[in-house]
Design a protein around this ligand. Structure first.
Ligand code: C5P
Length: 223
């Protein structure tokens, strides 16, 4: 039994990788499995929230009671999330959004022609979805949670993300290879300090994180 800590609340979550097309058959992506974001969507729905899950290309079943929107690219994820954000109380950005995309997508498959130079292409920066949501006017802005997956100096980078993206909570993934695994270790970083959650499988961690978020949400009496 899960207590309904988010009854009456709405939660928006991004999950998975993005896929940035190069041509009609190729693209740039990453190894994010989407498991953490899907576990958070499930845990939030169990906790009584109305949940919208914006998912990049992953092979995972939609958690019960969750509204799912599928996207491919970072720009599509941005275009889906920004209009939805003001309708939600909480935004959790777990997606591993590609930082760059090819500047131009060719309409025909790039052909390998023997003896010719290898193709090259320019990259342009993708929009930062979390930073954009965190900069919405206060009345439209959900309570934002960011994620940090870093190979080194996790706490330092998590703290920088907190400030750069202006979010009240950043969740760091401890341990090297969390992508695709079922277990994880999370550390919560906020303006006051950091605290590790007991390690466990991603659903157990997601439930603990949802309880943390519920406890930190500004109370209705504040309005
Ligand atoms: O900037 P960086 O990728 O290190 O930050 C990670 C956090 O920001 C994650 O919560 C991720 O979902 C979010 N993010 C985003 N849009 C981007 C890049 C990252 O929402 N373009």
């Amino acid at each position: 039994f899960q207590p309904k800590r988010l009854a009456g609340k709405t939660l928006l979550v991004t999950a998975g990788p993005t896929f940035e097309a190069i041509d009609p058959v190729r693209g740039i992506t990453n190894h994010s499995s989407g498991k953490m974001g899907f576990a958070i969507a499930r845990a939030a729905a169990e906790a009584g929230a109305q949940v919208t899950l914006v998912a990049g290309p992953v092979h995972l079943p939609t958690p019960a009671g969750v509204r799912r929107i599928n996207v491919q690219s970072a720009q599509q994820m941005f275009d889906a999330v920004l209009p939805l954000a003001p309708q939600h109380d909480v935004f959790v950005a777990t997606a591993a959004v590609a930082d760059w995309r090819p500047a131009h997508i060719t309409t025909h498959k790039i052909k390998k022609e023997g003896g010719k130079a290898v193709p090259s292409f320019d990259l342009v920066e993708n929009p930062d979805i979390l930073a954009a949501v965190a900069r919405l006017p206060e009345a439209d802005r959900p309570w934002c949670v960011g994620f940090a997956a870093e190979s080194h100096e996790l706490l330092k980078h998590a703290r920088q993300k907190l400030e750069r993206k202006r979010v009240p909570l950043v969740v760091g993934n401890l341990g090297p290879a969390t992508f695709g695994r079922d277990d994880n270790t999370l550390v919560l970083v906020d303006a006051h300090g950091h605290r590790e959650l007991p390690s466990g499988d991603k659903l157990t961690l997601a439930r603990a994180l949802v309880a943390e978020v519920a406890a930190r949400l500004p109370s209705q009496l504040d309005f």
